[in-house]
Every structure is written in C-alpha cells, then in structure tokens.
Design a protein around this ligand. Structure first.
Ligand code: NAP
Ligand code: ZN
Length: 352
C-alpha cells in the first residue's frame, strides 16, 4: 500500500478538501496510473451531496472522479496489454464479477457485482469504499483500463470516459442514425458530447436548452437548430417530428414536453439522473406508440470502441481546465448550468 494525494468531501454539505488516501500496490492483474486529467461529471456532484441517497447512499469520505486519463507507472506481473508510459483511461467502473450474463455480454455496467470507480465497497480492503480520480494516482484491474488514442488533446479526452460513452452508447444502440432527426435536451457535459457524436454519425440535431446564452455554442458544436425550451412556438412546431431524443437533464423537468415531440415509434432515452422521480403521462406514450428508455454509461468493449471512434474523428470534449483548488467553485457553477462544457481538472495542480 502507499498514500496518494487526493481531494475528498467529509459530508454532504462539506467542501472538497485536500487529503491523503491509501492505494493498493499493483496486484498481478493491476495497472497503476499517474492521473493527468480528471473530468467533473454532474454525477460527482450528486454523489458528493448525497442527492441519490435513496438509490446509492454516499459513504464518506468520498473521493469522486470517474473521467480519468493518465500514464501507466507500473503493471502487475500478469498484465499483458499495458506497459509503463502507456496513455490510458479509466471510466466509471474498475471491476465486476466477470462471469454473470451481463459481463459475458460485455455489459459490465449491469453486473450485480460491478465495482464503480468510487463509493462502492472496496474488494481489496484498501479502504471501506473505492476512491475515484480526484487523486494523483489510481490502481485498477487491467480489464477496466482503456487505451487512449495518442492524437487527442488530453484534457478533453478525460470527459470521454463518462460523458462520451454515456451518449455514444444509446446513439449506437438506437440504430442507423444517419439522416435522422435527433433531439438533445440539456447542453452540459453529456449534452454537448451527444451533439458532437450524433452529428459525427450523420444525424440532424436539434438542441433544447434552458440557457439562451448557449445558442451560438450549440450551433458551433454541430446542432442545426437550437430551441429555448421556454419558447412555446418552436416547442409546438417540432411536435411529432423526432426519431430519437436524448435527455441529459440533471434536475426535475417535464419530460412529457419532449415525448410529444417524438414521431410515431420514436424513442426518448434518459441518461440524465435527477434525484427525484419524473412524472410520465401515459397519453404522451400511447399516441404514437412511443418508447421511453434509459441508458447507463456503456460496457468496456464499447468504451474502447468509442475512444477509437473519437480518435479517428478527432472528437474531444470542450473543456475548461481548472486546478483542483477550484473544484468547489466548479461545483457551484455546475449547479447553475454554467460550464462550457466540462470542467477538466489538471492533476499537476495537486502536486503543488
Ligand atoms: P451538466 O453538465 O450539469 O449538464 C446538465 C444540463 O441540464 C445543464 O447544463 C442544463 O442545460 C440542463 N439543466 C440543468 N438543470 C435543469 C433544469 N432544472 N431544467 C431543465 N434543464 C436543466 O451535467 P452532466 O454531467 O452532463 O450530467 C447530466 C446528468 O446525467 C446528471 O444527472 C448526471 O448524474 C447524469 N449522468 C448519467 C450517466 C448515465 O450513465 N446515465 C452518466 C453520467 C452522468 P441547459 O443549460 O442547456 O438547459
Ligand atoms: Zn459521470
């Protein structure tokens, strides 16, 4: 075991602060990684503030962070796919049971024993729960370590490990989206990746936002049209016209307003995870035989596919790079939807 510098929160109302955490020495199948950048996902904020207490209560102290990119510093004796110096990523999971039907289907995120990157009981007993990427290093099983294309700008790669795969997976699962009309609700970390990826697959994208100030950015990111959701005229004009809508909103909102925009047999997928249940009008689904679904990150094989796709198409997140000392300020801005469009923590700031 060794100690690593990190940032943790001691309780739901406590700020994140500098600390030291135990990390295990690499076991035969482990990869030890020096973290270079870690994205700030809204899930980190939900978890730190224990907003998901009814589903996944937070164990304190919590070290968040599951959008990790870094360099391999050491590998266990059995590790074959990585060597020191390799550029790698770790996303939302660090282990699973490797044997259940979901794992066999490359859907480790649905494994009943999935070990998430933070706030899951630590199988190795290094600490009560796993500790995430707001840290100078992490140790993970090689099966959960991703290869990162060398051509991409690293600060913008980190968010691909959650925001990227969480939007890539439902877009791919929907089918051939080329030429289809796709809505993206909410232009934050997930939403802006959804726009870039849907466009890269040839969709016609309309962004729905509550922030009129994001209009020009949405167009620059690849949207063909931007609708401010408080504006009744365009909300009415688009009724019944979408093939697919991706809802990335982090807070309570009226999803029926978007269900009514789907065409017959259209589908809306929720990836946003508001703490409170959302109300669904049966009629919004019945008329038009519409489907409402959800999606959780993506499996490891699909995450690698997404990273390779982003490498080939030169896609990264639009990031605001911050030192870790500004993390609490970043959280405040995230609650106000004031991020363009992902905070990426430069972990070199932790060394100072
Ligand atoms: P984010 O960067 O904060 O973006 C969320 C966006 O939602 C905001 O930028 C804002 O966009 C919109 N929004 C916020 N409050 C709203 C409200 N009250 N009404 C309507 N729109 C509102 O968050 P994120 O990191 O993209 O995460 C989004 C959600 O996805 C979070 O709940 C997160 O936990 C969840 N998530 C799920 C998965 C998964 O696997 N399913 C993975 C990662 C994250 P506008 O300003 O454009 O309106
Ligand atoms: Zn996330």
């Amino acid at each position: 075991m060794y100690n690593a510098k990190a940032y943790s929160a001691a309780g739901a109302t406590a700020p994140l602060a500098a600390t030291r955490i135990p990390r295990r020495a690499a076991t035969p199948h482990d990869v030890q990684i020096e973290i270079l950048f870690c994205g700030i996902c809204h899930s980190d904020l939900h978890a730190v503030r224990d907003e998901w207490y009814s589903v996944m209560p937070t164990v304190y102290p919590i070290v968040p962070g599951h959008e990790i990119v870094g360099r391999v510093t050491a590998v266990g004796s059995e590790v074959s796919r990585f060597q020191p110096g390799d550029l790698v990523g770790v996303g939302c999971m660090v282990d699973s049971d490797h044997s259940c039907p979901s794992c066999r289907d490359n859907l480790e995120q649905f494994c009943p024993d999935a070990v998430f990157t933070y706030n899951t009981p630590d199988r190795h007993g290094t600490a009560p729960v796993t500790y995430g990427g707001y840290s100078e290093s992490i140790v993970a099983d090689e099966r959960f370590v991703l290869k990162v294309p060398e051509n991409l700008e690293l600060a913008g790669v980190a968010p691909l490990l959650c925001a990227g795969i969480t939007t890539y997976s439902p877009i791919r699962r929907w089918g051939d989206i080329q030429g289809k009309k796709v809505g993206v609700v909410g232009l934050g970390g997930l939403g802006h990746m959804g726009v870039k990826l849907a466009r890269a697959f040839g969709a016609r994208v309309v962004v729905f936002t509550t922030s009129p100030s994001k209009r020009d950015d949405a167009l620059r990111l690849g949207a063909q049209e931007v609708v401010v959701s408080t504006d009744p005229e365009p909300m009415q004009r688009h009724a019944g016209s979408f093939d697919f809508i991706l809802d990335t909103v982090s807070a309570e909102h009226d999803i029926n307003a978007y269900l009514q925009m789907l065409a017959v047999d259209g589908e809306m997928t929720l990836v946003g995870a508001p703490a409170k249940p959302l109300q669904v009008s049966a009629f919004a689904l019945l008329f038009g035989r519409k489907r409402l679904s959800g999606s959780l990150i993506g499996g490891i094989r699909e995450t690698q596919e997404m990273l390779d796709f982003c490498g080939a198409h030169n896609i990264t997140a639009d990031v605001e790079v911050i030192p870790i000392q500004k993390v609490n300020e970043a959280y405040e801005r995230l609650t106000r939807s004031d991020v363009k469009y992902r905070f990426s923590i430069d972990m070199a700031s932790l060394k100072g």
